[in-house]
Design a protein around this ligand. Structure first.
Ligand code: PHE
Length: 343
């Protein structure tokens, strides 16, 4: 019997040694250690033996079972480790592979300037307001003192959706909307956005372009405030040495109206091709809000006054960056756009 136990143990150990997978190992475990296995069934034979023999054979069986169990556990651990390593190997990432380079994108010069201008005014306490690009005749013209049949409409001949709806021709309708919402209270806003006019496109004209409107209303606001505000703006944008000058002009919604020039930043006023030998470059229009516009939009024109101005975004960007053709802003030519890496 002892021989038999020894043989079974040797066979069992060999089988454990040969097991290649966890499944095979489980089979071996069942075959050698289950209740009905050859080894365990020897317990059934003990009853016919003497007390001495029972003791020693029983001991042998237990030893054999322990030996096999230990071998099984060790092998199991090893097989599990192998399986894990195989899995790792299979899922291995090659972290030395060079990644796909993400190209650093640049901001469009239009938005660079829009942001720079906005920042200058926000620093002076202005809030930013926006309005719809598809606008009604009411806001785009009527509330700005441009009634039907007014010749000023011709200058902004536009793209109409129907008789009373059009693509806004300027950012001034946002003025009207802001005033209406303010219900007679002071305001200080800028309104950046796209505007549209039926126009022949050439180097300096486009049927779509950007404006930044400014509007300040309060008690005692006067033309001096407008001039000083725009002087600060011109110096921030074109350099500390810049001066500005105001020339009389006409807009239906401002009275008096002015055209604002900045001293040439190329020749400092001596005269060059940039300023067409005049020493001055026209940058924007503005004026004191017309009393009729104030009253139409809910203000008491006896106590409240205001100024407004309109800046052409591309025009400023062209001056600032030396861009010679407005159409370059819209052609998405990467060789052009990549030159603007920031401010
Ligand atoms: N809305 C005018 C234009 O588009 C510009 C402007 C704005 C002038 C505000 C005066 C005051 O031409």
């Amino acid at each position: 019997m002892e021989k038999k136990i020894f043989d079974i143990t040797q066979l069992g150990l060999a089988a454990i040694d040969q097991a290649q997978t966890l499944d095979q190992l489980t089979e071996v475990r069942n075959q050698y250690l289950a209740k009905k296995s050859e080894l365990m069934s020897i317990f059934g034979l003990l009853k016919d033996l003497s007390v001495e023999e029972k003791k020693s054979i029983g001991l042998r069986i237990n030893e054999a079972r322990d030996q096999l169990t230990r071998a099984l556990d060790t092998k199991k651990e090893w097989l599990e480790k192998q399986a894990l390593q195989a899995k790792f190997a299979e899922e291995q990432l090659d972290i030395t592979l060079p990644g796909r380079a993400l190209e650093l994108k640049t901001a469009h010069p239009f938005f660079l300037i829009q942001e720079e201008i906005s920042d200058i005014f926000v620093a002076m306490g202005y809030q930013i307001a926006e309005g719809p690009e598809v606008e009604s005749d009411h806001y785009n013209f009527e509330l700005l003192n441009i009634p039907k049949d007014h010749p000023a409409r011709d200058m902004q001949d536009s793209l109409y959706m129907d008789d009373v709806t059009l693509l806004r021709t300027h950012t001034s309708p946002v003025q009207a909307r802001v005033m209406e919402a303010a219900k007679g209270q002071p305001v200080q806003v800028i309104c950046p956005g796209k505007v549209y006019r039926r126009d022949e496109d050439d180097a300096t004209h486009s049927h779509q372009f950007g404006q930044i409107e400014g509007l300040v209303i309060g008690e005692g606001v006067n033309l001096g405030h407008l001039k000083d505000t725009l002087l600060v703006f011109a110096k921030k944008l074109f350099g500390e040495k810049r001066e500005i000058r105001l020339r009389p002009s006409f807009f239906p919604f401002t009275e008096p109206s002015v055209e604002i020039d900045v001293s040439c930043f190329v020749c400092s006023g001596k005269g060059c091709s940039m300023c067409k030998q005049t020493g001055w470059i026209e940058i924007l229009g503005g004026g004191m809000v017309h009393p009729r516009v104030l009253t139409m939009n809910g203000y008491n024109d006896k106590t409240m006054t205001g100024f407004a101005f309109g800046i052409g975004i591309e025009r400023v960007a062209m001056l600032r960056y030396g861009i010679d053709d407005i159409r370059k802003f819209y052609q998405n030519n990467l060789r052009f756009l990549k030159q603007f890496q920031g401010r």
